[in-house]
Design a protein around this ligand. Structure first.
Ligand SMILES: *[C@@H]1O[C@H](CO)[C@@H](O)[C@H](O)[C@H]1NC(C)=O
Length: 274
């Protein structure tokens, strides 16, 4: 799965770079999303595999903190998905002004703010974790270092820290998620005004990949960090964490390359025609 996800994601990034027709805002966002997906999987999965295959079942503290930091960068993905929803809204509701509204400067600004915004919560969470005293067991009951299992190892009651991280996650997830239903409401209203069914279908087809990725993504992160039941069933939480770190990043490139005509054409041209 890891090789598949890395290959798929690298293929997407190469295609986006090489094909001139794909140098539009939507694909810049997609490139950044793909890059982030590779970051997730590459900080967690190789270490997990080495633990499963060898006798060495330890991780240095710095490695552990890095994993939990990068893993918490899921917030950057939330911001990017919100920006992509807005991008679809502009593309469909204002098609003639799309390239004026989404010009290079605006795209750059949206992407940089997503990255900066996405780096804040992990910073706060990592800071909260390292400021706790650790003196007892150092066995992480998880597949990799993530904040909730690390909090369980602290020798003080972490109820308030957990609650703070939970509130922060809920705030980021729910506020970025809002952008999707709002954008799609306007998109659907605009599409319903298109007279022909074929036109409606064609217009909406540019949104299906985004919509699929968003549903998969928020489904897992809401379960992992927001749903209260997830806190109690730790095993279920671990399964969802694997889905989130391995399956989602593998599916994203497939969803984008299989559901999107331009992407399919470009992939074909770059990898098979030569
Ligand atoms: C991410 O966005 C920036 C800014 O628009 C762009 O220059 C860069 O190529 C993107 N990254 C990828 C991997 O596509």
């Amino acid at each position: 799965m890891y090789l598949l996800s890395i290959t798929g994601n690298i293929a997407i990034i190469i295609t986006l770079r090489m094909d001139r027709c794909l140098h539009t805002p939507m694909y810049l966002f997609l490139g950044n999303l793909t890059f982030l997906d590779m970051g997730y999987t590459s900080t967690t999965v190789p270490k997990l595999l080495s633990i499963l295959l060898t006798e060495v079942k330890t991780i240095p503290l710095a490695g552990c903190l890095l994993q939990s930091y990068v893993f918490f960068l899921y917030t950057a993905e939330c911001f990017l998905l919100a920006v992509m929803a807005y991008d679809r809204y502009v593309a469909i509701c204002y098609p003639l002004r799309y390239f004026t509204i989404m010009n290079k400067g605006v795209c750059m600004l949206l992407i940089i703010s997503s990255w900066i915004g996405g780096c804040q919560e992990p910073l706060v969470a990592a800071f909260l974790v390292i400021s706790l005293p650790f003196c007892g067991s150092n066995v992480v009951n998880h597949f990799f270092c993530d904040i909730p299992p690390l909090l369980k190892l602290a020798c003080v009651d972490t109820y308030r820290t957990q609650k703070a991280i939970f509130m922060l996650s809920a705030l980021v997830i729910l506020s970025t998620f809002l952008s999707t239903p709002v954008s799609y409401m306007y998109i659907v209203i605009t599409i319903l005004r298109i007279p022909s069914a074929e036109g409606q279908h064609k217009t909406f087809s540019t949104c299906t990949s985004h919509l699929t990725v968003v549903s998969l993504y928020y489904g897992t992160v809401i379960f992992m960090y927001v749903s209260p039941t997830a806190r109690s069933s730790f095993n279920m939480n671990r399964i969802v964490a694997v889905v989130h770190s391995v399956i989602n990043p593998t599916l994203n490139p497939m969803i984008y390359s299989l559901r999107n005509q331009d992407m399919k054409r470009a992939l074909w041209k770059i990898f098979f025609k030569r």
